[in-house]
Design a protein around this ligand. Structure first.
Ligand SMILES: *[C@@H]1O[C@H](CO)[C@@H](O)[C@H](O)[C@H]1NC(C)=O
Ligand SMILES: *[C@@H]1O[C@H](CO)[C@@H](O)[C@H](O)[C@H]1NC(C)=O
Length: 169
């Protein structure tokens, strides 16, 4: 009897791990799947300063189904998007260009960085680590979901997207 109980408990733990059931402290879930299916952290309101609202970022996506925020990018905001996956380190990323005016962002806004230390409880492709920079003054954005914290570096935000998340821009 005891061993059956143990088996059941083990099975439940295994299933919940495989299904990546969000922890009760999950704030946002978001996906980074392809150049046409992804999310990015954005200021909560149109026209907000990015740097002034980094702890209040909300995911916006190419489709309302990709995040529990159900928010979609304003039309024309994403100008280009390049997807990359690293199968050995298990991270996925999107790097690309934006048109800041489509969300009322200032073209003199140097931007800021959203990351797992600023916004806790985020599941980025079911991973607990993420880093994302939005840089209106450079018409640039980047986001990476990481299985390991070492691939989502949080202390180099001043160097901008190309240093934190190398890729095509
Ligand atoms: C994956 O990332 C690691 C660490 O940054 C890097 O050394 C490796 O070359 C990458 N692999 C691919 C296939 O990009
Ligand atoms: C959420 O809570 C779980 C269980 O306590 C913990 O392991 C996990 O690190 C927490 N996640 C975040 C992002 O705080």
């Amino acid at each position: 009897m005891k061993s059956i109980m143990l088996l059941v408990v083990t099975a439940i733990i295994f299933v919940s791990m495989v299904a990546s059931v969000p922890w009760p402290n999950t704030t946002y879930t978001l996906s980074v799947n392809s150049p046409t299916s992804f999310c990015m952290f954005m200021p909560p309101h149109k026209g907000d300063s990015v740097g002034g609202t980094i702890s209040k970022g909300v995911p916006q996506c190419t489709s309302s189904k990709l995040s529990n925020s159900h928010r979609v990018f304003p039309k024309g905001f994403i100008v280009s998007a390049h997807y990359a996956i690293n199968n050995t380190e298990h991270f996925e990323q999107i790097t690309g260009k934006i048109d800041p005016s489509k969300y009322g962002l200032s073209t003199s806004d140097q931007g800021g960085q959203y990351d797992y230390q600023q916004i806790s409880g985020v599941l980025c492709n079911y991973d607990h680590f993420f880093v994302a920079l939005l840089e209106p003054a450079h018409n640039r954005f980047c986001i990476r979901c990481c299985k390991y914290s070492r691939d989502c570096v949080t202390d180099e935000s001043s160097k901008g997207c190309p240093a934190v998340i190398p890729g095509a821009y």
